[in-house]
Design a binder for this molecule. Structure first.
Ligand SMILES: *[C@@H]1O[C@H](CO)[C@@H](O)[C@H](O)[C@H]1NC(C)=O
Ligand SMILES: *[C@@H]1O[C@H](CO)[C@@H](O)[C@H](O)[C@H]1NC(C)=O
Ligand SMILES: *[C@@H]1O[C@H](CO)[C@@H](O)[C@H](O)[C@H]1NC(C)=O
Length: 382
């Protein structure tokens, strides 16, 4: 994927950045050059699953694609592989950070990775066994990142590449597929391991990847905890639960995972010098809107806009995943969930705002804005 032109852009960018340092003023944040303010720029590297994928799965053969209507039906770019009606969380975060859209790593036309890369892949898990061949798992994503970091150092030299890598923000949304996949496939894993043991494998593998990125020089990490898989349309349909009940088999995994992720990040903060993070409460966000949709501007919190079966929770939106028939609502903005497992653009925007600048009860110990601003302080120290 490395090409000369990619890194000549990067060199220009870095050159501009360092010359801009001569002009630091308190007004710098919005720049006077009609460009995104280079001083504020920290690249954004995105890791994860279908919540974050902005098109990687378009570039290999998998059932977990969304590059056809009605996906993208409210987006000016149409269907792009984003698994919603419109834009997704990383798009909003990039906008708030004054970055352009972050391109998918696997898009062969992308040569300009100077603002970051999106490695996320629909269906991906932290375990390599999760949906093998149908998604690029977290370890593959980390390997792609290491390629990028290595090329940066080769092209720019350590002195220029290292500050970019350490200023960057690394955003993660991963784990749901590790817990769903054994249920989808009635895997023996569910009987072989206790809830704690299985969750330990997932968290252990996430830990490995965080440390790999830290060892490359990454310092700023953003995480989402996991929504209750048993309470989304997909989980309810999977469990064929009566009377609006959540599928209780899934919930213990989610609870343990969220607790363990919280503990892990605290531990890493104390162990790894310079490690900073934002952990956002996606679970609470979704639960509030499932239970009280009208309080947040939705009419329907339980049933998906697009899909088949109970709660439209069978993952058939668009008719290309084995089931041709599916229902589609008239007004997508009224539905919290666009398809069986993925919120609509409106919900994603609400969440991205909270992750970006919310209080510690939604994003702690820092929100993403604070992570980006701490970079500003670092730059001033150079
Ligand atoms: C799942 O596997 C177990 C053990 O092989 C079997 O007893 C059970 O019927 C299976 N369940 C489904 C829904 O296929
Ligand atoms: C990562 O997951 C694999 C299974 O894919 C497991 O064998 C391994 O022990 C896990 N690693 C950690 C550090 O937990
Ligand atoms: C869709 O729903 C939203 C929110 O309830 C409403 O503001 C909008 O007018 C509706 N659009 C149409 C075409 O009915």
């Amino acid at each position: 994927m490395a090409t000369n032109s990619k890194f000549s852009y990067m060199q220009i960018f870095v050159f501009t950045l360092f010359t801009s340092l001569l002009f630091i003023t308190t007004k710098a944040r919005h720049g006077n050059f009609g460009l995104p303010n280079e001083l504020a720029l920290a690249p954004l590297f995105i890791f994860g699953d279908s919540i974050f994928d902005d098109g990687n799965n378009n570039y290999f053969d998998t059932v977990f694609q969304a590059n056809y209507l009605p996906y993208g039906e409210t987006y000016e770019k149409g269907p792009t592989g984003r698994i919603s009606d419109g834009r997704i969380i990383p798009d909003f975060i990039a906008e708030y950070a004054e970055l352009p859209l972050i391109p998918p790593y696997l898009d062969p036309n992308n040569e300009e990775f100077r603002y970051g890369v999106n490695f996320a892949s629909g269906g991906a898990g932290a375990l390599i066994e999760t949906r093998v061949g149908l998604a690029r798992d977290l370890h593959s994503q980390a390997a792609y990142f290491k390629n990028i970091a290595k090329s940066l150092r080769q092209r720019l030299g350590e002195e220029e590449a290292n500050p970019l890598v350490s200023r960057a923000v690394y955003l993660f949304c991963i784990g749901s597929n590790d817990y769903l996949f054994p249920f989808d496939t009635n895997s023996s894993v569910l009987r072989t391991y206790s809830h704690e043991e299985f969750g330990g494998l997932v968290i252990g593998n996430i830990t490995t990847v965080i440390k790999e990125i830290y060892n490359e020089g990454g310092r700023n990490f953003g995480f989402m905890n996991m929504y209750d898989l048993g309470c989304i349309p997909y989980g309810k349909a999977l469990g064929s639960t009566p009377n609006d009940a959540c599928y209780e088999e899934l919930t213990p995994y989610v609870k343990l995972h969220n607790k363990a992720l919280f503990k892990l990040l605290k531990k890493l903060e104390s162990e790894l010098t310079g490690f900073r993070y934002s952990l956002s409460d996606f679970n609470k966000f979704i639960t509030q809107r499932i239970n009280h949709p009208s309080k947040y501007g939705f009419k329907e919190g339980k049933m998906a806009c697009c899909g088949t079966g109970p709660y439209r929770g069978i993952n058939s939106c668009g008719g290309r995943r084995g089931i041709k028939e599916y229902d589609l609502c008239d007004n997508v903005t009224e539905y919290l969930f666009f398809d069986a497992a993925h919120p609509n653009e409106k919900a994603y925007e609400q969440f991205a705002k909270l992750f970006w600048s919310g209080n510690p009860d939604v994003a702690a110990p820092y929100n993403l804005k604070a992570l980006f601003e701490s970079n500003q302080e670092l730059i001033k120290d150079i």
